[in-house]
Design a binder for this molecule. Structure first.
Ligand SMILES: Cc1cc2nc3c(=O)[nH]c(=O)nc-3n(C[C@H](O)[C@H](O)[C@H](O)COP(=O)(O)O)c2cc1C
Length: 326
């Protein structure tokens, strides 16, 4: 069983609750991160941010990096294809935003990203991966650099353990492993044996990721892999209080399920935060997918969902949230 009193150290960063909110493009913006943090997420991450966009000082890209003090410790995740671009982007992120860590994305399987040699394409060229990582580590020597990677490009080329050994040598301070291959995308299962193998072969913290859906999976992930922390992605969608549930469980306390009233309050807050950062139109649009996640998997959920699907704009969403009867 995992010992909640065991602190994990990522470079100069000491963490007392090693449960990480996974970076998720289109999801883990300021609004979602603040809510996850309120429920006790140990570390939150930005969505992955393009290094090319950063060095071009693209306004939309830089806006994705903005965060509040409340969100600390926070990691900014960057992706890119060359050591130079990644080095310059990391430097700029550090100087302008001062996050607590910079994470390199070696996991994105989306062709738009991998075709250019970024994301999980690095798993096909461990030398380039090492060069990129070393350049980033040298560029930001005041905060830890971590990486998040997949297991390999395909099942014939599983490289996570070798990559981990190389990355530790060039100064990476922690590794998150989502042990699926690029080709696998999200199909099949994450192969937790590879997390265990990585943990046995490096001395830096290993954060296990992939398919943790509930408290039983948390236990199973720790006991199967001996990992130092766990990163939670899809299980937090429409369920950011999962972090509170995990904390209670770790402290041997009961977790009382969130009531419908609380769920509606959380949605209201989420919507307000989205509108605050994106404006009414984009904010309300973004909220639609969250409504679908918040109102899923419990008795009566579909009748709520139907109401939100019909909401055309921010004001209609607010009305529904305030007047809904159940
Ligand atoms: C909608 C969505 C967006 C994602 N975006 C990113 C991303 O920007 N960077 C990244 O490293 N991984 C990204 N991922 C992968 C997750 O961080 C995580 O590795 C994966 O979902 C497996 O963990 P889970 O089973 O806990 O969801 C994304 C996943 C989802 C579902």
């Amino acid at each position: 069983m995992f010992d909640i009193n065991k602190k994990i150290q990522i470079g100069n960063l000491k963490l007392d609750f090693p449960f990480f909110l996974a970076p998720m493009a289109g999801v883990t913006d300021y609004a979602f991160r603040v809510i996850a943090k309120e429920f006790g997420a140990g570390v939150v991450y930005s969505e992955f941010v393009s290094a090319h966009g950063i060095i071009r000082k693209n306004e939309k890209t830089l806006n994705m990096i903005k965060f509040s003090e409340f969100e600390r410790p926070i990691g900014i995740q960057i992706f890119g294809d060359t050591p130079e671009v990644m080095e310059n982007a990391a430097k700029l992120v550090y100087e302008k935003f001062k996050p607590d860590l910079i994470d390199i994305n070696y996991g994105c399987p989306v062709p738009k990203v991998t075709k250019k040699g970024a994301g999980s394409a690095a798993l096909k060229d461990l030398c380039l991966m090492e060069d990129i990582t070393e350049a980033v580590v040298k560029a930001v020597d005041k905060i830890p650099v971590t990486v998040k990677m997949r297991a390999g490009w395909n099942s014939e080329n599983i490289v996570s353990t070798q990559a981990g050994i190389n990355l530790e040598k060039v100064g990476v301070k922690a590794i998150t492993l989502h042990p699926r291959t690029t080709v696998q995308m999200y199909k099949g299962n994450a192969n937790w044996d590879l997390i265990k193998e990585l943990k046995e072969n490096v001395s830096i913290p290993v954060i296990g990721n992939g398919d943790v859906k509930n408290i039983d999976d948390i236990n199973e992930m720790f006991s199967h892999t001996n990992c130092d922390g766990i990163m939670i992605g899809r299980a937090a969608l429409g369920n950011p209080w999962f972090f509170a549930e995990v904390r209670k469980y770790m402290l041997n306390e009961d977790f009382e399920d969130i009531s419908i009233e609380e769920r509606l309050e959380i949605c209201k807050k989420h919507l307000e935060l989205l509108v605050q950062i994106h404006g009414e139109i984009v904010g309300a649009n973004n909220m639609k997918k969250h409504f679908a996640w918040y109102f899923k998997g419990f008795k009566g959920a579909s009748s709520f969902r139907k109401k939100f699907v019909l909401a055309k704009n921010y004001s209609e969403m607010k009305d529904i949230l305030s007047n809904i009867r159940h």
